[in-house]
Design a protein around this ligand. Structure first.
Ligand SMILES: Nc1nc2c(c(=O)[nH]1)N[C@H]1C(S)=C(S)[C@@H](COP(=O)(O)O)O[C@H]1N2
Ligand SMILES: [Mo]
Length: 427
């Protein structure tokens, strides 16, 4: 939907902007593509099928960002945007500060917020395949609300040396909204898993960048044991609102602890597999890491790559903003969040002397499993000058974030390097 078309919508009393937009689409008599552009396309019949008007592709991306604030757009086709650390200070990440990661194009159903006739298929290695409407999900299974971290597998990619291809995420491809839905495990119990069930395979209706409707944008999954732990959910709401166009309307999976690529948006089907799922971006080097540590820059044979599962322990400094001026000799509160793909974080430390000494931070328990945990520390820069706050979380097995990038991998996943911010102490 172009901004221009939005502006020319004749308003009817009481119409929300969305209703007005839909009314406009119904009444212009334009073709579907023309309506989206807000004007006729004289040569439309010459447009090869699957080719999307450039204006539309670009407009769509940028208009969609209107409810977002302060994000850094890494690309608009597909749309990818991350969040500066200081905007991630909330315990529950609000819509405006949640990163966006699209592998393809936002589907029209999501742009229109139209879930009419939407159904979710559960099939494959199950006794009773299910075809569930959103109302079925809401009424037949216990509804749960959970704060769950989603973090892109490539968050931190920008810090790898040598660089690896893909979006150069720094620290902000992560967030912890509150999701409402049903446990994926409850739905799978109802479907009755066969003994042969080993993996989920997630499908959606987003459109491949080529416009080719036969092509699957992304279809990832998770081991049955992981999703049967009960933390993974099929969500229809985020922060008490229906899912937005960018974040998966009308349904998405959340598989907390795993790279967020497993958390399929625009969910239409869960295919229960009798082997590790081999859908789009499950194979090759997508979301895969070498089975053994390799030297930076190594070319790793595909057969030696394994699926990335638990994300490593990580933390972020969300306050103060990097570069803030503080008073020398005076105490300053520093705070942020910590999380871990295995579950709880067990300790949090900060340093203002480049890692020579570490001070323990207070670490709050998680609101629920796989929510991020608030940490705080009071630091006192002893004299005026330049300082850095380094933040280091430790997981339940005593494994801590490294001061340098962890083991390099060809596509730059799972970089949990310590987050650093600058502080300037003045007299
Ligand atoms: N249908 C669909 N689901 C998807 C994706 C996608 O491109 N299409 N991207 C995945 C990836 S790689 C990430 S990191 C998260 C991003 O979720 P968000 O955009 O809601 O923050 O969605 C995942 N689910
Ligand atoms: Mo991702």
């Amino acid at each position: 939907m172009s901004q221009q078309a939005c502006n020319t919508v004749a308003t009817h009393d009481g119409d929300t902007p969305d209703e007005a937009r839909r009314r406009f689409l119904r009444t212009t008599g334009l073709s579907a593509l023309g309506a989206m552009l807000g004007m006729t396309i004289p040569f439309e019949r010459n447009l090869p099928s699957g080719v999307i008007p450039v204006a539309l592709a670009q407009d769509t991306g940028m208009d969609l960002m209107s409810g977002k604030t302060g994000l850094v757009v890494l690309g608009d086709r597909p749309l990818n945007a991350e969040v500066p650390a200081h905007l991630l200070d909330d315990d529950i990440t609000p819509y405006e500060y949640l990163f966006v990661r699209m592998n393809g194009l936002v589907p029209q159903t999501a742009l229109d917020q139209n879930a009419e006739g939407w159904s979710l298929t559960i099939d494959g290695e199950v006794e009773n395949p299910l075809e569930l409407t959103i109302d079925d999900l809401k009424s037949r299974f216990e509804n749960v609300t959970r704060r769950l971290v989603i973090e892109c597998g490539g968050n931190g990619r920008a810090y790898f040396q040598p660089g690896t291809s893909g979006n150069q995420w720094t620290v902000g491809a992560v967030g912890c909204p509150e999701w409402t839905g049903v446990r994926l495990s409850d739905v799978l119990k109802e479907a009755g898993l066969k003994k042969t069930a080993v993996y989920t395979g997630h499908y959606s209706n987003d459109v491949h960048l080529s416009g080719d409707e036969e092509k699957v944008v992304i279809s990832r999954g998770a081991p049955i044991e992981k999703v049967m732990e009960g933390d993974s959910i099929i969500a229809w709401a985020m922060n008490g609102e229906p899912l937005s166009a960018l974040h998966g309307f009308p349904l998405r999976v959340i598989v907390p602890g795993y790279p967020a690529s497993a958390s399929q948006k625009y969910l239409t089907r869960i295919w229960i597999r009798d082997k590790e799922h081999d859908g789009a971006k499950m194979t090759g080097d997508s979301y895969r890491i070498p089975a053994y540590p390799v030297a930076p820059g190594t070319e790793v044979p595909e057969s030696d790559m394994v699926v990335l599962t638990n994300m490593p322990v990580k933390s972020i400094v969300t306050f103060p903003q990097t570069g803030t001026e503080v008073k020398a000799g005076e105490q300053v509160e520093v705070r942020g969040h910590a999380w871990c793909g295995k579950g709880d974080v067990s300790a949090m430390h900060v340093s203002i002397d480049f890692g020579q000494t570490w001070q323990e931070a207070t670490l709050e328990p998680a609101a629920n499993r796989f929510a991020w945990q608030r940490w705080r520390a009071n630091l006192t820069p002893p004299q005026h000058g330049y300082y850095e706050v380094w933040a280091r979380a430790t997981d339940q097995d005593g494994i801590s974030q490294p001061p340098q990038s962890p083991v390099w991998n060809p596509r730059g996943y799972a970089n949990n390097i310590q987050h650093r911010i600058a502080l300037v102490a003045v007299v």
